[in-house]
Design a protein around this ligand. Structure first.
Ligand SMILES: Nc1ncnc2c1ncn2[C@@H]1O[C@H](COP(=O)(O)OP(=O)(O)OP(=O)(O)O)[C@@H](O)[C@H]1O
Ligand SMILES: [Mg+2]
Length: 239
């Protein structure tokens, strides 16, 4: 595929953007899947931080976790102090109860996105919202409605899904979890591993799917350090 034809939304994580022709497809919806502590929330915070500080794109972090203060404290450990950006309206944080109806969610998001000219939005973890719905059909409809709204509002979306097995297609008994449907609906799926299956580094990342993109398909080494996520571009220089 010819590079440069598709408008990209760079994550700003250099090694990651190189895996996928420069970043996510602009205005697409993207799924991050991984186990506990694999770096999912760090990726979202880094995506929003770099979006605002380097690319002048406003962002919105939607949390379904009980306490958003924890998330802000996590960000501080990487040197990302969101308080000023938040006051300036460049990055907003919203907390939703898992039972929030799709209508209320859509209303509140539409208002916030229009008011603050949001270009990047993250949902962490969307699986909480999905699990509060009982029926797989309802989950599909809800996620689809949410993604469609984000595309209409021209924002690039990142959803987080929690997963113990990590990889795609490993369940062979047809007993998919409730949120596996997200992997089919999303324009891209990236899997984070908290151990170094790529043979370098102590963690790994794999872009399993990205529509309209000739992406790297192998797992690649990754580190989390004082300044967030680093995808290892050249294994021979790993320290
Ligand atoms: N300053 C730091 N330097 C190095 N590694 C760090 C630092 N801060 C956090 N980590 C690592 O990042 C991990 C947490 O990453 P993160 O919160 O992004 O994971 P997650 O996938 O969102 O997890 P969960 O599913 O529990 O929400 C920690 O378990 C730790 O290993
Ligand atoms: Mg998290």
């Amino acid at each position: 595929m010819v590079e440069g034809v598709i408008d990209r939304c760079p994550t700003g994580i250099a090694g990651f953007d190189k895996l996928c022709q420069g970043g996510f497809v602009r205005n697409s919806d993207n799924l991050i899947v991984g186990g506990p502590g694999s770096g999912k929330s760090t990726f979202l915070l880094q995506f929003l931080w770099t979006g605002a500080t380097r690319f002048n794109e406003n962002g919105l972090y939607c949390s379904f976790e009980p306490d958003i203060v924890d998330t802000l404290n996590d960000a501080m450990t990487y040197g990302w102090d969101f308080s000023k950006l938040s006051e300036e309206g460049k990055i907003k944080f919203m907390r939703f109860a898992p039972q929030t109806s799709i209508e209320d969610l859509k209303d509140e998001l539409t208002k916030m996105i229009s008011k603050n000219e949001i270009r990047r939005i993250c949902f962490d973890p969307i699986s909480v919202l999905a699990l509060s719905l009982n029926d797989k059909g309802k989950i599909r409809e809800t996620i689809f409605e949410l993604s469609a709204l984000m595309k209409r509002l021209k924002v690039t979306t990142v959803f987080v899904d929690e997963s113990l097995e990590g990889d795609m297609g490993t369940s062979n008994d047809g007993d998919w979890t409730k949120t596996d449907i997200l992997r089919f609906l999303s324009d891209s799926v990236t899997i984070f591993y908290e151990s170094g299956i790529a043979g370098v580094g102590d963690r790994a990342v794999r872009v399993a799917k990205m529509r309209r993109t000739a992406h790297e398909r192998k797992a690649v080494g990754m580190k989390i350090g004082d300044r967030g996520i680093e995808v290892i571009e050249n294994p021979s220089v790993i320290t």
